[in-house]
Design a binder for this molecule. Structure first.
Ligand code: SF4
Length: 111
C-alpha cells in the first residue's frame, strides 16, 4: 500500500502523514500477505471472487474496518480490497455519491 498526499488539517496546514495511517497499526491484515487483498496479473472470474471473499472475511474481523473503508472511499483507492469493499463495491458506492452530489448541485443552482 502506498502513502497518499497528506490531507489538510483544520488550519489548512498539512497534517503529519502518520495521522492518516495510525489506524493501520491495529489492522487485521498488518502482517498478512498483501496478495490476498490485491489481485495478481491475469486473475479473473471464480479465482478472483474467491480471493476477494477471503480478503473480505479478514476485513469483517478487523477492528479498524470503518477507518479503512473511509480512507479507501475518500482517496478513491483504485486497487484492492479495503474495508471489506472490493474495487467494484467501492465504484458502486462512489457512483451513488457522485450522482447525489450532482443532484444537490443542480438543485442549488436552480437546475
Ligand atoms: S479492513 Fe481489511 S484491508 Fe482494511 S485494515 Fe482491516 S483487514 Fe486490512
Amino acid at each position: 500500500m502506498t502513502a497518499k498526499t497528506p490531507q489538510l488539517g483544520t488550519l489548512g496546514v498539512a497534517r503529519p502523514v502518520t495521522d492518516d495511517w495510525d489506524w493501520q497499526l491495529s489492522s487485521a491484515c498488518r502482517d498478512l500477505d498483501s496478495a490476498v487483498f490485491f489481485h495478481p496479473e491475469r486473475e479473473r472470474g471464480a479465482e478472483k471472487d474467491a480471493r476477494e471473499q477471503r480478503a473480505k472475511r479478514i476485513c469483517e474481523a478487523c477492528p479498524v474496518i470503518a477507518e479503512c473503508r473511509r480512507w479507501a472511499l475518500a482517496t478513491r483507492e483504485p486497487y484492492g480490497v479495503w474495508g471489506g469493499l472490493s474495487v467494484a463495491d467501492r465504484a458502486e458506492i462512489l457512483q451513488d455519491v457522485d450522482r447525489s452530489g450532482a443532484r444537490c448541485r443542480a438543485r442549488r443552482s436552480g437546475g
